[in-house]
Design a binder for this molecule. Structure first.
Ligand code: B12
Length: 221
């Protein structure tokens, strides 16, 4: 198969949630010397975007979203070490979690992979992370940045609840807070008082590095 054929079939098979075939194609692509980034950005992510569009139109339902998500996650397990293993030294510590009430983690996991690849040490708290768990993790790990993911308009208000919990625990000033997830916007991030927002994984890396550099230069975020 040519690289284009692989990308196309991988897209189609992710869309229909054929996990075993997506995994097979992932291995085949890598054996042929294709770049892991290309599989991610030219096939897997566009497929999930299409899944979301179909769900919105009522052509797909939750089970379809779930199997498509699983198919992508299976491939990401293979790609993860390849994307993260760039041999760069640690530049900062990042605590990351999906907010309480929300189980979406594909986007968060992708952000984690890219952050690791850029040299961040990432402590992943998983999904459904309650405010007190963010507080405890910050106390324990003393990260430079805490990242919060939310994918539902109903769980986005948890950002504010988390920020309030950090303030109450006296931790707000010592950590940079970044927020993100499909429905989140820069305006929303500003409104809840987060320090940073990014729309995708590579923008997150750029923004995280910039915020860290600012903080280390003594400029408040
Ligand atoms: C797969 C999926 C699921 C899977 C999740 C599997 C998993 N393990 O994650 C399952 C089936 C479980 C699911 C369930 C539901 N889902 Co859903 N889901 C999706 C879908 C199709 C893809 C999400 C995804 O993985 N995208 C791919 C990743 C790579 O993109 P991403 O998530 O946006 O992440 C990127 C950025 O947002 C950013 N980012 C992410 N996190 C962070 C964090 C920080 C700090 C920063 C800076 C950046 C950042 O970088 C990421 C990488 O580039 C989306 C549709 C869509 N277009 O997003 C709907 C979607 C998010 N789901 C939706 C809904 C409604 C639901 C349900 C309520 C459905 C239901 N009726 O039960 C439930 C809720 C369950 C819950 N309590 O959480 C809606 C949300 C609508 C809204 N605005 O509120 C969406 C948008 C679908 C739609 N178009 O209507 N879902």
């Amino acid at each position: 198969m040519t690289p284009d054929e692989i990308l196309k079939e991988m897209y189609d098979q992710t869309l229909v949630g054929n996990g075993p075939r997506v995994l097979e194609l992932t291995h085949q692509a890598l054996e042929q010397g294709m770049e892991p980034q290309s599989l991610l950005f030219d096939s897997l992510i566009p497929a999930l975007e299409e899944v979301g569009a179909r769900f919105e139109r009522g052509d797909f339902f939750v089970p379809e979203m779930l199997i498509a998500g699983r198919a992508m996650a299976g491939s990401m397990e293979v790609l993860r070490p390849l994307l993260a293993d760039t041999g760069v030294e640690t530049i900062g510590k990042f605590v990351m979690g999906t907010v309480k009430g929300d189980v979406h983690d594909i986007g968060k996991n992708l952000v984690n992979i890219m952050l690791e690849g850029a040299g961040f040490e990432v402590i992943d708290l998983g999904v459904q992370v309650a405010p007190e768990k963010f507080v405890a993790a910050i106390e324990e790990h003393q990260p430079d940045i805490v990242g919060m993911s939310a994918f539902l308009t109903t769980t986005m208000p948890m950002f504010k609840a988390n920020l309030n919990a950090l303030t109450k625990a006296g931790l707000r000033e010592q950590v940079i807070v970044m927020v993100g997830g499909a429905p989140v916007t820069q305006e929303y991030a500003d409104a809840v008082g987060a320090d940073g927002y990014a729309a995708d994984a590579s923008a997150t890396v750029k923004r995280a590095k910039a915020l860290l550099a600012q903080r280390r230069a003594g400029v408040p975020a």
